[in-house]
Design a protein around this ligand. Structure first.
Ligand code: FAD
Ligand code: FES
Length: 305
């Protein structure tokens, strides 16, 4: 068995022809030696909140669009020419082969520059990288999807998958907590999730406003609103480590086995493919072995959280 860290994907593509067709992206030579970059145009930008925007990307070459496939939970390295490259979870449905959607928070150098680009700009992506949520294994069970803040970005792809295969799952509850109501992402889809897909959505904010008429408190308070059958429940938990640590230990006490809870572990990344060691936790590459881990593995990764 070859070591999967050193397998370069998509070797069937003619790299010389591809190289000739893309503009001079940052570190292009590095990209071409290590992995394939897909040239994309930004076809739409939606401002979701003060800090987050949703970028819709279209892979320009039809042949590349055909081969680009991903699974819920995987991420991309997104390059803004002249600025650099950042790892970003794919937020869209994996059945949408026309467009990729990335929900991006303005955090620093590259993401701030992205906030200034306009529709029609060119970017490049590498990937998809990493592990994914085991959607098939979860079929036939109750599903708990738990997001804190920007955790809704990686959660939206498995949620789309569930919506598109709704008949395969029993009860689906989404627990979603943010600091303030203005930070809620994808509010325009809430009705669709609830009414059409029969997802039970529970939102909570730490600090309410005069207009906020739902729950106020911490995300764990939402557990009082739902009944959990640990024997038939799988959970996906996305958010800051402190949040998924609290949530997963609560679910653990309820009796959900650790290998049926999944988290997405984010580390600083450079190559995304097990070469630079930037993302290592102990001897584990979070870019290749993760970012999706079951909670049992996370608990056994020293200093993971
Ligand atoms: C697998 C994975 C998936 C991700 N998915 C998303 C996503 O869907 N949407 C999104 O907005 N962001 C996502 N991130 C985080 C995103 O990659 C960082 O915000 C981005 O790299 C910051 O780059 P920058 O140049 O804008 O900021 P920099 O100027 O490099 O840094 C600004 C600040 O962000 C912090 N930071 C940088 N990289 C990370 C990181 N990887 N994790 C946490 N903090 C970081 C730095 O410590 C610093 O405080 C993801 C990260 C990983 C590893
Ligand atoms: S990001 Fe380079 S080894 Fe993981």
């Amino acid at each position: 068995m070859p070591d999967k860290r050193f397998v370069i994907p998509r070797q069937d593509i003619n790299r010389e022809a591809f190289a000739a067709s893309i503009p001079d992206f940052n570190r292009r030579s590095e990209i071409m030696k290590t992995d394939m970059g897909y040239k994309c145009s930004i076809t739409n930008i939606v401002r979701l909140t003060e800090q987050e925007k949703l970028f819709q990307l279209h892979i320009l070459e039809s042949r590349e669009r055909e081969i680009f496939r991903f699974r819920p939970g995987q991420f991309l390295m997104l390059e803004l020419p002249g600025y650099g490259e950042v790892p970003i979870s794919i937020s869209s449905s994996c059945s949408n082969h026309e467009f990729l959607e990335l929900c991006i928070r303005k955090a620093g150098h590259v993401t701030s520059a992205l906030f200034n680009v306009e529709k029609g700009a060119y970017v490049a992506v590498r990937g998809p990288f990493g592990s994914s949520f085991p959607m098939d294994e979860m079929s036939g069970n109750n599903i708990l999807l738990i997001a804190g803040g920007l955790g809704m970005a990686p959660l939206r792809s498995p949620l789309s998958w569930i919506n598109e295969h709704r008949e395969r799952f029993e009860n689906v509850d989404v627990l979603y907590g943010v600091k303030e109501p203005s930070q809620l992402l994808f509010t325009y889809q809430f009705d669709e999730w609830e009414m059409i897909n029969h997802i039970r959505l529970h939102t909570i904010v730490e600090h309410g406003t005069a207009e906020w008429n739902s729950r106020t408190g911490m995300i764990t308070d939402l557990f009082n609103d739902i009944t959990i059958n640990p024997a038939t429940t799988y959970a996906i938990v996305c958010g800051p480590p402190v949040m998924f640590k609290v949530v997963c230990s609560y679910l653990d006490k309820l009796g959900i086995p650790m290998n049926r809870m999944f988290v997405s572990l984010e580390r600083r990344m450079h190559c995304g493919m097990g070469k630079c060691c930037r993302c290592m936790v102990g001897s584990t590459f979070t870019c290749v072995d993760g970012p999706v881990f079951d909670y049992w593995s996370v608990m056994n990764l020293k200093e993971a959280i």
